[in-house]
Design a protein around this ligand. Structure first.
Ligand SMILES: [Zn+2]
Length: 349
């Protein structure tokens, strides 16, 4: 096997941030991915049609600067705020939003203004159910022990599924074996995204040798048992599990900041997008399931969101490629390291 050709992939969970580095960070994804669901935990949050439209316009302007990324489509998600009304949700849908994102207050980057419980957003959730807008969830309860936070959130999802019986739900960056068990017990309208870092790594990467803030994320990387369960589920070709990178760049100065001097702690987020596709190709190949890569990256997620599949093609060629050492002040995952596959865009894709 010298290469595998797949339909151009989607990334259904991506952070591209704001300000000057955003253009470089989004182009790092747009070179490989045809579309990505852009997360709304910006400052201020993407919680109104005006803000979502402005954010989309900024992203489009950035990708259009480079012919290689000009065809990229940002899919927008809005942040569900406490007390958000039905009219606002309708306006966000009219502005083209594909999903509303549920951040438990304090669970991750820029989430202190998130929800204390689903009750805080009852009207918005009812409107989303009515309008057919999927609910995307950062499923962690921050008041629990860090390794148990996702598990602790599962009863809330069960309740959401019961209270909103038509609502489609995505458990984002699913990270533990218990959540996979739980997913199997839920109706088919409950799906999950899996990242490449939770699929391939464990806490050993974050702290097994020395402390590595570039592998620190929320939910944090878990145990070998959790990783094995994720790998089995992804290789099984379950159509309710699809790719969302949760690629989340932070400036090197923040990731490696002067904590000892009382500065803020390293924020959670792994900048995985630049290495994602070669790593996924290697993972599926090693698992003897290369033919299932395309469904995971380019079909199941589109089906969940009711989108047509991408028309372009892309080749993953079996030859070494190198992860950039730095992109606009952030270190990609495996910066400077060799990967066993290289991404090649097909002509006209
Ligand atoms: Zn995220």
């Amino acid at each position: 096997m010298e290469f595998i050709e797949i339909r151009r992939p989607d990334d259904f969970h991506l952070h591209v941030r704001q300000g000057e580095p955003m253009a470089y960070w989004v182009r790092a994804s747009a070179r490989d991915f045809a579309r990505a669901l852009i997360m709304p935990n910006t400052i201020p949050p993407a919680d109104s049609p005006e803000r979502v439209e402005a954010y989309r316009a900024a992203i489009l302007a950035a990708v259009r600067e480079d012919p290689e990324t000009a065809g990229f489509t940002p899919l927008m998600a809005f942040k569900i705020m406490p007390g958000m009304g039905a009219e606002r949700v309708a306006g966000l849908k009219a502005a083209g939003c594909l999903a509303g994102k549920y951040y438990p207050a304090g669970a991750t980057t820029n989430s202190s203004d998130g929800l204390s419980s689903p009750a805080a957003a009852r009207e918005a959730l009812l409107a989303m159910e009515e309008l057919g807008l999927p609910l995307s969830i950062h499923a962690e309860l921050p008041e629990y022990f860090v390794l148990d936070r996702e598990k602790a959130f599962l009863p809330t999802i069960e309740r959401l599924s019961r209270d909103y019986p038509k609502l489609r739900i995505v458990i984002e960056h699913l990270s533990c074996a218990e959540s996979l068990e739980f997913l199997r017990s839920m109706p088919e309208r409950v799906c999950a995204t899996v990242t490449v870092h939770h699929l391939l790594y464990t806490m050993d990467e974050t702290m097994g040798e020395g402390l590595n803030p570039h592998f620190f994320c929320k939910p944090c990387l878990k145990t070998p048992r959790d990783r094995q369960a994720l790998q089995d589920a992804v290789l099984s070709g379950n159509p309710r599990i699809f790719f969302g990178s949760d690629s989340a760049p932070h400036a090197l100065s923040k990731k490696e900041g002067p904590f000892s001097l009382g500065g803020p702690y390293a924020p959670g987020g792994v900048f995985s997008a630049p290495a994602a596709l070669p790593l996924l190709a290697a993972f599926f190949e090693e698992g003897g399931m290369l033919s299932r890569l395309e469904n995971f990256t380019s079909a199941f997620g589109a089906a969940f969101y009711g989108l047509p599949r991408n028309s372009g093609r892309l080749r993953l060629v079996k030859r070494d490629s190198r992860v950039p050492e730095e992109i606009a002040g952030a270190l990609p995952m495996l910066a400077g390291r060799q990967l066993p596959f290289d991404v090649e865009r097909k002509e006209g894709a």
